[in-house]
Ligand binder design. Structure first.
Ligand code: HEM
Length: 266
């Protein structure tokens, strides 16, 4: 019975892992479309240009989603890919995390460039790190940086005693999951904040709004898209919970993490 439950949980986890990858890829494509389309009347972001002060911000959303949803999401599910050898999974894990860091660098540089350039707005430079979104963002980045550094030191140095590797692993895993949850919160609040700055992602109902589904067509297409990105990010997060939960139901000898550690593969 418990073996059956273990296998079932494993199937759930595998399916959820593939969903995480497909959904995160979809969110990235949608965010690039949102950022790149020029039609600002329809509430798209208006294009991406690094040297154009009004458009440099538009690198921030797609690169944060590419880094924190796709690269990070694929990295933390890399050990769930049973078709590859463990050392390959481990290299993929490190490589994807490194790509994530590059994307975060570009995304953050873009938002700071757009805030701090004296020409950034007609009323002068913009305030930094004042919003709930930016605080969740800073928390996410801090958690991510410490987990990357400690993970790097613990698991990429062959001299590190196996006892320390084993001791740190549960914390490394739970902090990774917490960071992913924070990243999703940051992306969701970022989208809502940007929609607020843009304005116009609503409609004026004629009388009591009894059937919102009918009136929803009245909001601009760019808002349909940005709301859609938020929904896909939420779905990715939910699938991630299932994808990473396999070990709760599996038998100890099926536990990849423990096997990897005892074989010295992590
Ligand atoms: C995990 C992903 C994200 C992280 C870690 C993050 C982090 C940050 C940080 C730290 C700031 C403050 C920059 C400053 O004050 O100079 C910021 C600003 C901003 N972000 Fe994000 N961001 C993320 C995703 C997004 C997304 C997807 C959007 C969608 C449009 C977005 C929209 C904004 C906006 C509008 C600002 C400027 C206003 C403000 O400072 O709050 N962010 N972000």
């Amino acid at each position: 019975m418990s073996e059956h439950r273990g296998r079932l949980a494993s199937v759930h986890s595998q399916v959820a892992t593939y969903l995480v990858r497909a959904l995160s890829f979809t969110a990235v494509v949608m965010t690039f479309v949102w950022a790149k389309k020029h039609n600002t009347v329809n509430k798209y972001l208006g294009g991406m240009q690094w040297d154009e002060i009004t458009l440099v911000f538009n690198y921030h959303p797609p690169f944060m989603v590419l880094g924190f949803l796709l690269c990070f999401g694929w990295a933390i599910t890399s050990f769930r890919t049973t078709t590859l050898e463990k050392p390959v999974n481990k290299n993929l894990h490190v490589l994807l995390h490194t790509c994530c860091i590059v994307c975060i660098g570009i995304g953050l540089r873009a938002v700071w460039k757009s805030h701090d350039d004296p020409d950034a707005s007609s009323i002068g430079p913009t305030a930094n790190v004042y919003s709930l979104h930016s605080w969740i963002g800073i928390t996410t980045i801090t958690l991510y940086a410490q987990n990357y550094l400690l993970g790097f030191l613990t698991y990429l140095f062959p001299e590190m005693p196996i006892a320390i590797k084993k001791m740190y692993m549960p914390l490394h895993v739970v902090l990774g999951q917490a960071t992913f949850a924070c990243a999703c919160a940051a992306m969701e609040t970022g989208i809502v904040e940007k929609q607020g700055f843009q304005g116009g992602c609503s409609y004026n109902p004629q009388g009591k709004d009894e059937n919102p589904a009918v009136n929803y067509q009245d909001i601009p297409y760019g808002c349909h898209l940005s709301n859609g990105i938020g929904v896909v990010i939420l779905m990715t997060m939910l699938c991630m919970l299932v994808a990473l939960n396999r070990d709760a139901d599996s038998k100890p000898e099926q536990d990849n993490l423990k096997n990897n550690l005892s074989e010295g593969l992590i």
